[in-house]
Ligand binder design. Structure first.
Ligand code: SF4
Length: 329
């Protein structure tokens, strides 16, 4: 197995992923270089179809059967997940990286009570860690994890079926389930977008608190810049299957470098403190079966130059940010 620098929980290099379809190959990710430090919270932002969910699913190897890893390496906690056996990657899911989806019922079984599912998770974790399983101790741990996610009336809620719970309660159960597995990395794909604003804020607070308490890394995938600003230390902006900019969050909010990041930030009045109408980004998202040559953002870029349609810009480091644009470096 390959290993990467020990300070990173995720180390992706040159990752290219495509989906085979009847219309041809959809080019979801193109030569992605991306790292997450141990204990770091990173938000992945971009429009629908930018590749951010594919990146999250790639890390835990949960891509759809028609997906192909075309090239590159993807190191999770020192192991290249593209080379692991099905059994090895299944063991890493949960214990190393736990993924939360927008629809929590992708994680929970609707026909089993919450306590039954949590006990199953503890049993499989203990088996993975070669530890004995004691049902009484496991039940106490499951209830404690429900309390850790600030579930009111945890002893009662844990005995219910998922369909008896509200959206916010279900998402808390899923996070509690994640905590049982003691993952080093929590990947959350739009986990709050189906929740109302108050519950959304509570879940985000909770995730921040748990990140500190359990010293987990968090990869938070969202199309919502406000949420990304709220939850992350670093923001990674994706456009058309590529990373256009990666910067400390406060820096990108105050001084985004890439024209696409600038347009995204400018479109959010609560961040920019501007009044009045949103600045919509001109043009439409590219066709990912045949993305534009050169810089993929060039058909929509207000700063486009002749070189932009001919050559693809390389990622360069500028003032502590990494940016893929001919205006820099
Ligand atoms: Fe715009 Fe050119 Fe930079 Fe692409 S490389 S974002 S088209 S200036």
């Amino acid at each position: 197995m390959e290993s990467s620098d020990g300070q990173y929980i995720v180390d992706v290099r040159g990752l290219t992923v495509e989906y085979r379809t009847v219309y041809g190959n959809l080019k979801a990710l193109n030569t992605i270089d991306f790292k997450i430090k141990k204990g770091e919270s990173v938000a992945i932002v971009g429009e629908s179809g930018s590749g951010k969910s594919t990146l999250g699913l790639s890390i835990v190897r949960l891509l759809a059967p028609n997906a192909m890893y075309v090239s590159g390496s993807l190191i999770l906690d020192g192991k290249d997940v593209t080379k692991l056996s099905t059994r090895e990657i299944a063991a890493m899911r949960g214990s190393t990286a736990f993924m939360i989806f927008q629809d929590p019922l992708n994680t929970l079984n609707p026909v089993k009570r919450v306590d039954v599912q949590m006990l199953e998770a503890i049993r499989s974790r203990n088996k993975y860690e070669s530890k004995p399983f004691n049902e009484e101790e496991a039940y106490a741990e499951a209830v404690q994890k429900m309390k850790d996610v600030r579930m009111p009336d945890a002893e009662s809620i844990i005995t219910r079926y998922p369909h008896m719970l509200s959206g916010g309660q279900i998402q808390r159960v899923v996070i509690a389930m994640g905590l049982v597995m003691r993952p080093k990395l929590l990947i959350a794909d739009e986990p709050t977008s189906a929740l109302d604003v108050t519950i959304q804020a509570q879940v985000l607070d909770l995730m921040r608190e748990l990140q500190t308490k359990y010293q987990m890394s968090i990869m938070f995938i969202t199309h919502d810049i406000n949420i990304a600003h709220n939850i992350s230390e670093r923001m990674v902006v994706m456009y058309a299957g590529e990373i256009s900019e990666s910067s400390p969050t406060e820096k990108i909010v105050k001084n985004a470098l890439h024209p696409y990041s600038q347009a995204l930030i400018a479109s959010i009045p609560t961040i920019t403190k501007t009044q009045g109408k949103l600045n919509a980004i001109a043009g439409s998202a590219p066709n990912m079966f045949s993305p534009p040559d050169g810089c993929r953002f060039h058909p929509r870029c207000p700063h486009v130059m002749q070189v932009c349609s001919n050559r693809s810009p390389k990622q360069v480091t500028q003032d502590g940010s990494e940016v893929r644009c001919f205006l820099y470096g």
